[in-house]
Design a protein around this ligand. Structure first.
Ligand code: SF4
Ligand code: SF4
Length: 191
């Protein structure tokens, strides 16, 4: 949830640490683990990645970026707009690097939400899906479809098109039983 509108100063390091805590609070790490094990990692062929060790240059750009699966997680948690608003205040976001200054003036405070089971449930569904599929192609294509569709939902606001896009989204994730159950458990409404 976004709170307050008073100006405060955050360090670049704080923003990155905060972003990681927020992602972990929703259990995004569970999803990334499955994705990496199955060759879908967004870090693939990045010069800052050391195999078996991880990222050597964590930055505001990669921390704020959400792939289709993480976008789905934030959308269903009702936190996607807040996430975008928060990172929209951070200057210098680029591709796999940032130009974010050491100190940043921020206005929005964004609380860490603890719903790790939500990400864990989605990760479990993705694991089941991958065990049924003959390769990881559908997994990668689905991430991209979710990415575009959720952008369209956000853009459509309350128009008739939004209902259509939401129906399409719910169709795409109809087999994600653990995730749908977790949405109910957390009473997220899950449009
Ligand atoms: S593509 Fe998404 S799920 Fe996969 S590693 Fe990157 S952020 Fe995690
Ligand atoms: S800089 Fe970004 S893409 Fe590269 S390894 Fe780090 S997190 Fe992954």
């Amino acid at each position: 949830m976004l709170v307050g509108d008073e100006l405060y100063i955050a360090t670049r390091k704080y923003l990155i640490d905060f972003g990681m805590r927020h992602l972990n609070g929703l259990g995004a790490d569970h999803i990334c683990k499955i994705c990496i094990q199955n060759g879908g990692s967004c870090c693939r062929s990045c010069k800052h990645l050391i195999n078996g060790i991880g990222c050597q240059n964590r930055n505001t750009s990669c921390t704020s970026w959400l792939c289709g699966y993480l976008k789905l997680l934030y959308y269903k948690a009702g936190l996607l707009k807040d996430w975008h608003t928060f990172w929209g205040e951070v200057p210098g976001i680029d591709f796999r690097k940032d130009y974010t200054p050491t100190l940043v003036k921020m206005k929005t405070h964004f609380e860490v939400t603890f719903m790790r089971e939500l990400g864990e449930a989605l990760a479990n569904d993705l694991k089941i899906k991958l065990s049924r599929d003959k390769d990881n192609i559908d997994f990668i294509v689905l991430a991209s479809e979710l990415d575009e569709l959720i952008d369209e939902i956000e853009f459509a606001k309350d128009s008739d098109m939004m209902t259509h896009f939401i129906q399409r989204l719910n169709y795409l994730i109809k087999d994600f039983e653990n995730f749908r159950q977790a949405i109910k458990t957390y009473k997220l409404g899950g449009r």
